[in-house]
Ligand binder design. Structure first.
Ligand SMILES: [Fe+2]
Length: 389
């Protein structure tokens, strides 16, 4: 540090990391109570064995398990309210989110509504009447993808169907108590999911680094997460059984979540959330589409940070500073293109309501826009969206 900077670090989640460590779930869960709600996706394809095995591990320790398997990607608030009703009716002690980010986010949000009552919408940051709360039920997060970082964040992303909006509950009370990160659980992910979740993790790390609220802690660890993804996502994408690449991606995702939890994300995520709400574009693909727009938009405000990141990733060696910035943007964009994801909305053009999309991107993730290095008006957002539709 060149000068003294004040900052906080709050990371209350116990991280249990390593191959086969899901085996410890019974003993860990027992410390929170005797009855668990196991929250998983409705579409269990490819996950049947993991769900059965986890359920058996819990039962072996004498824990009674109720399954709630109604979660869909970007879960609507109704799914959360329904889950909270089950918690109350069944007198559940602890919630286990097993799956991708939406399963873990559902567990976190169910824990809020079960304790504080009402409707999940009451607690979403984009609700003008968002209610405060101090506590939530204990959550154990068991990710089966490597990207969302939900296992180490204080955020639960939900869909509010009534207003066609994706928003978040954001509160330190919803950090998972324990995150069990077992890279073996991610080994069955197909290449497309490996890529989209991996790019999401890359976004968390890079955006937290670029955020106006970045701290020395984030500025040290975010480049580490980015380097891991830069070097390992192509390997995990090409060969899902490469356990070292899977483990490096799992750790990078966890680090990305930790960085997001400290410094937030920027405009990329505001736009990605809007693309998810309006066009059902999977979150990581939305991040891949939005990243080039914001790298360019923030270029002047973030040029020093781009140069720092370029050095970390080995980009632009021997070039002048201005050229390093150009090369950094180019190589990040090239990296995103490696995984066969779209970089515009051309194939969605028949479904786009331009004005609604612009307003949603502008108003439904207010915290991400506050963090954006360069201020943004609705006209600026409109110009960016016009480049991709
Ligand atoms: Fe994300």
């Amino acid at each position: 540090m060149d000068s003294v900077r004040n900052f906080d670090v709050f990371m209350p989640t116990r991280i249990i990391f390593g191959v086969s460590r899901v085996a410890e779930i019974g003993k860990i869960t027992k410390t929170f109570g005797k009855k668990a709600l196991l929250i998983t996706y409705k579409d269990t394809s490819g996950m049947e064995d993991t769900i059965e095995k986890t359920s058996d591990l819990l039962k072996e320790e004498g824990i009674s398990v109720i399954r709630y398997s109604d979660v869909v990607p970007d879960p609507p608030t109704e799914i959360i309210n329904q889950g909270a009703n089950i918690v109350r009716k069944e007198d559940i002690d602890v919630l286990i989110g097993l799956g991708g980010g939406s399963a873990i986010d559902s567990a976190k949000a169910i824990g809020v509504v079960a304790v504080n009552g009402g409707d999940a919408w009451d607690y979403m940051a984009c609700n003008p009447e968002c209610k405060k709360f101090e506590s939530a039920m204990p959550v154990i997060a068991v990710p089966t993808t490597s990207g969302t970082g939900s296992e180490t964040t204080a955020v639960a992303v939900l869909t509010r169907k009534q207003i066609k909006s994706k928003g978040s509950i954001v509160n330190p009370a919803i950090f998972a108590k324990v995150a069990i990160i077992d890279p073996e659980l991610s080994s069955t992910m197909p290449p497309s999911l490996t890529a989209s979740t991996g790019i999401d993790a890359f976004g968390h790390a890079m955006e937290a680094f670029l955020s106006k609220r970045s701290t020395p802690y984030v500025e040290r660890l975010s480049p580490e997460a980015m380097k891991l993804i830069w070097n390992n996502l192509p390997l995990a994408y090409a060969d899902g059984s490469n356990m070292l690449a899977r483990a490096n991606m799992a750790w990078a995702s966890t680090l990305g979540g930790m960085m997001l939890a400290q410094s937030g994300v920027i405009g990329v995520h505001a736009l990605s959330q809007a693309l998810g709400a309006h066009l059902n574009i999977p979150h990581g693909i939305g991040v891949a589409i939005a990243t080039p727009l914001f790298l360019e938009y923030n270029r002047h405000e973030s040029s020093k940070k781009y140069i720092q990141l370029a050095k970390e990733l080995g980009i632009g060696e021997g070039l002048k500073d201005d050229d390093i910035v150009d090369e950094f943007i180019k190589q990040i964009n090239d990296f995103l293109k490696k995984f066969g994801m779209p970089n515009d909305l051309k194939s969605y053009s028949h479904k786009i309501n331009r004005q609604e999309l612009i307003e949603n991107a502008m108003f439904n993730a207010p915290l991400s826009l506050v963090n954006n290095p360069r201020e943004l008006t609705i006209e600026d957002m409109a110009k960016m969206i016009d480049k991709i539709i």
